[in-house]
Write a protein that binds this ligand. Structure first.
Ligand SMILES: [Zn+2]
Length: 181
């Protein structure tokens, strides 16, 4: 295990406890070099779920990617990080328990929307706006990944609700830069 900040391997565990209804162990860790604190989860390895993208290519299901998208959608709302993590955990658990080994990115998007709707209306509207804008244009999760990777471009932008929420018109790159999820 390396420190995510300084890559030191000199890490100590501050606290360990059971999480996710006993399905995992959560450990709070601290880097002895730079004092950065972070959390790791040790969990049962289930059969990997493959995500099928719009154009048919596959990649393994990436819970962190989905969590980042949810976090963006919930920015400036009062949805707690805990609730967001629980949302993604619930989604993954649903897939595991259904023994579903393949899922399309579109299905994932719909599942996230359903769960966000249960959480908070504002987050739902933001996520749904982005989702609707890109649906039929490009693979939704690809866009999500791009937005997450491209934090600087979207960090200063707002007002998603008032721009480009309708349907299938292909967003230009400048339109895309105005979307904040
Ligand atoms: Zn460090």
């Amino acid at each position: 295990m390396k420190c995510p900040k300084c890559s030191s391997r000199n890490i100590r565990v501050l606290e360990s406890r059971s999480a996710e209804a006993g399905q995992s162990v959560r450990r709070r860790r601290e880097c002895m070099e730079c004092k950065f604190r972070f959390t790791t989860y040790e969990r049962i390895e289930f059969v990997p779920i493959m995500t099928i993208k719009r154009e048919g290519s596959q990649e393994s299901f990436d819970r962190n990617k989905i969590l980042k998208g949810v976090m963006r959608a919930c920015e400036k709302t009062d949805v707690s990080v805990k609730a967001m993590e629980a949302l993604v955990e619930g989604l993954e658990e649903t897939l595991q328990l259904a023994d579903k080994q393949e899922i399309t990115t579109r299905e994932i998007g719909e599942m996230v929307l359903q769960r966000l709707q249960d959480l908070r209306e504002v987050a739902y509207v933001r996520f749904a706006s982005v989702y609707r804008q890109f649906r039929g244009v490009r693979d939704f999760m690809d866009e999500l990944g791009t937005l997450v990777d491209n934090k600087d471009a979207i960090a200063s932008e707002h007002n998603l609700e008032t721009s480009n929420v309708d349907g299938d018109s292909a967003p230009s790159s400048s339109d895309r830069a105005s979307v904040s999820i």
